[in-house]
Design a protein around this ligand. Structure first.
Ligand SMILES: [Zn+2]
Length: 345
């Protein structure tokens, strides 16, 4: 598959499609993944089953729980993505990349059984999840692997990635993660794909990564910074980041509580997310906003008591209308900007 073949198309796990076929699109989800670091994943320590009685403590982080972080049940995945389709979502970006147990064949099956367009990511998540052999690898080696994941197929299959990422960064940013990022920037240039970044949990890191990308030949307009909701809390930083041209992704829609077990922050709720998006629009950044749920554990699925992949369509879009978002703004955020980003250039 050459660059010329990809240009002007969107690449899903089922093959190339016309951009017009992408209607409402979630830009950051996980359908099949394992968010346990490799060191934890194989542990046999007993843990409670997820039930009505245990789910609150498991969600609050009081119980260390490996199964919670495993999305590995194909029948559940089909049911849950099917609910998104029933709610009006047609497409999603699935960013389970290296270190998170990507399953391209499983995604192709979910897509075939539900009719959802699934665009798969590639590259590597943060360092502690990566194969220890990556420590010896060069920028060009990482670039070559990502280019081939887009052109030929990923993770031992002939199923091709349609976006690069989520590329894992931490604060402080490690030398290995920077090499992977440099490789991703080469792959972005070579393939014409968009790039998705997972920034570290520090409010200055999204800007650090955005500046690095601009200084190292990346295309900010085709770079999406994920997880803004748990990373940037003040308007100055938010607007400065958007001014640097990158796409701002609020991807924790559906998390309605302020407590966040992974760091000591006040998580915004959906209404607050919409207020921040409104501020971005007021400053001329409508075309730099995308939204999603970033579902990566079981208890956010409807089968386990969660909101599921349909939440944005069922609940957030009506809330946007009630809060004065125009149909044009909603369409830009959910359809036009995802379409622009997912179309190869
Ligand atoms: Zn992430």
């Amino acid at each position: 598959m050459t660059g010329a073949t990809l240009r002007g198309k969107v690449q899903t796990v089922a093959g190339l499609i016309e951009p017009a076929a992408l209607a409402a699109t979630l830009m950051h989800e996980h359908v099949l993944c394992d968010l346990n670091p490799p060191a934890v994943s194989g542990s046999n320590e007993p843990e409670p089953e997820i039930t009505l009685e245990t789910v609150w403590a498991i969600n609050y982080g009081k119980v260390k729980h490996r199964t919670k972080y495993r999305l590995d049940q194909l029948d559940v995945a089909i049911h849950e993505v099917g609910r998104m389709v029933s709610a009006g979502g047609t497409s999603m970006v699935e960013l389970t990349c290296g270190g998170l147990k990507p399953d391209p064949t499983g995604l192709a099956e979910v897509s075939a059984r539900t009719g959802a367009n699934i665009v798969m990511g590639c590259g590597y998540y943060v360092e502690e999840y990566q194969d220890p052999r990556n420590a010896e690898r060069t920028v060009d080696d990482f670039a070559g692997e990502m280019i081939s994941q887009v052109r030929d197929g990923a993770w031992g299959t002939d199923i091709r990635a349609g976006i690069i990422g989520e590329i894992g960064c931490q604060a402080p940013w490690t030398a290995l993660e920077k090499r992977v990022m440099r490789g991703a920037l080469i792959a972005q240039r070579e393939t014409g794909a968009a790039l998705n970044v997972h920034p570290g949990r520090d409010d200055d890191q999204p800007q650090e990564v955005a500046d690095f990308i601009a200084a190292n030949g990346g295309d900010p307009e085709r770079t999406i910074i994920s997880h803004i909701d748990r990373t940037v809390f003040d308007e100055d930083r938010l607007l400065r980041l958007a001014d640097s041209g990158v796409v701002i992704e609020f991807d924790l829609f559906g998390i309605e509580h302020a407590f966040y077990p992974l760091s000591d922050i006040d998580m915004p709720n959906d209404a607050t997310r919409l207020k921040l998006i409104r501020r971005l629009i007021d400053h001329g950044h409508l075309e730099r906003v995308v939204i999603s749920h970033d579902i990566c554990y079981r208890t956010r699925l409807t089968k386990f008591g969660g909101h599921g992949y349909g939440h944005i369509f069922e609940n957030v879009v009506p809330m946007m209308r009630r809060r004065g978002f125009s149909e044009d703004e909603i369409d830009t955020i959910l359809v036009r900007t995802p379409r622009r980003l997912l179309t190869f250039i």
